[in-house]
Design a protein around this ligand. Structure first.
Ligand code: 13P
Length: 254
């Protein structure tokens, strides 16, 4: 049985006060279930990580970072290493989020270096994949997601890949209010699990968690979670409201 996992990606939102307030609201609302029936993580901007880690002390909610650089240290102005993230209490890190791929221009090769660096340093990567609208319309979803997974996990053996959580986030569903239907999401999740079975082994494919992301709201979370291969949710906009995010956590735990 895969334990449900809900993560809130705050993206470039909140400020020094509201980040702490939001973390506190989520901790209060999910006190009875977070860490027990469902794993929960929040993913604030870098500059608020320490304050959020302090606020969540004792709450059984993990903290993740939105990105990482693959080098350990040195002359890489503006970048943040895995050991820096670990030293402030981060457990998870997003790698290859669609906004980094498509707004900032990250390649599969760069994402692969980031996933590798995260695992080798003891962080747990949430490795994001997903097709753009024109790719879906051209029936290229399977091809694109397969390429992203093969390239993003290149060179990693089964032991390392077992540290990974996959997030399927169709680009056309992110921040648009257009959610993939539970069936559309399930189809791609099943494809990803089959692919992992081919690349690694049946046990890894069975145990790895695959999250869905893209306009997840309190009203659609339960339907998505009912799908066999959807093990959790990666939430953007709705994770900025404590009540909405807590409702999604509860739907995932049900
Ligand atoms: P939205 O939930 O705002 O669509 O964002 C999804 C996402 O990108 C989470 O990483």
């Amino acid at each position: 049985m895969r334990k449900p996992f809900v993560a809130g990606n705050w993206k470039m939102n909140t400020d020094s006060q509201s980040s702490v307030g939001l973390a506190d609201g989520i901790a209060c609302g999910s006190m009875d279930i977070a860490g027990r029936r469902v794993d929960v993580a929040v993913i604030p901007p870098f500059v608020y990580l320490q304050a959020v880690v302090r606020t969540l002390n004792g709450a059984h909610i993990a903290v993740g970072a939105q990105d990482i650089y693959y080098e350990q240290k040195g002359a890489f102005t503006g970048e943040i290493s895995a050991s820096m993230l670990k030293s402030v209490g981060c457990v998870y890190v997003l790698c290859g989020h669609s906004e980094r791929r498509h707004v900032i221009g990250e390649s599969d090769e760069l994402v692969n270096k980031k996933v590798t660096a995260a695992i080798c340093s003891g962080l747990l990567p949430i490795f994001c994949v997903g097709e753009k609208l024109q790719e879906r319309e051209a029936s290229q979803t399977s091809e694109v997601v397969t390429r992203q997974i093969r390239n993003g996990l290149a060179g990693l053996g089964v032991e390392k890949v077992s540290a990974v959580t996959i997030a399927y986030e169709p680009v056309w569903a992110i921040g648009t209010g257009l959610t993939a239907t539970p069936q559309q999401a399930q189809e791609v999740h099943a494809l990803i699990r089959r692919l992992l079975g081919e690349m690694y082994d049946a046990q890894l494919a069975e145990e790895i968690r695959i999250l869905y992301g893209g306009s997840v709201k309190p009203g659609n979370a339960a339907d998505l979670m009912r799908q066999q291969d959807i093990d959790g949710l990666l939430v953007g906009g709705a994770s900025l409201n404590a009540d909405d995010f807590v409702a999604i956590i509860k739907a995932a735990a049900a």
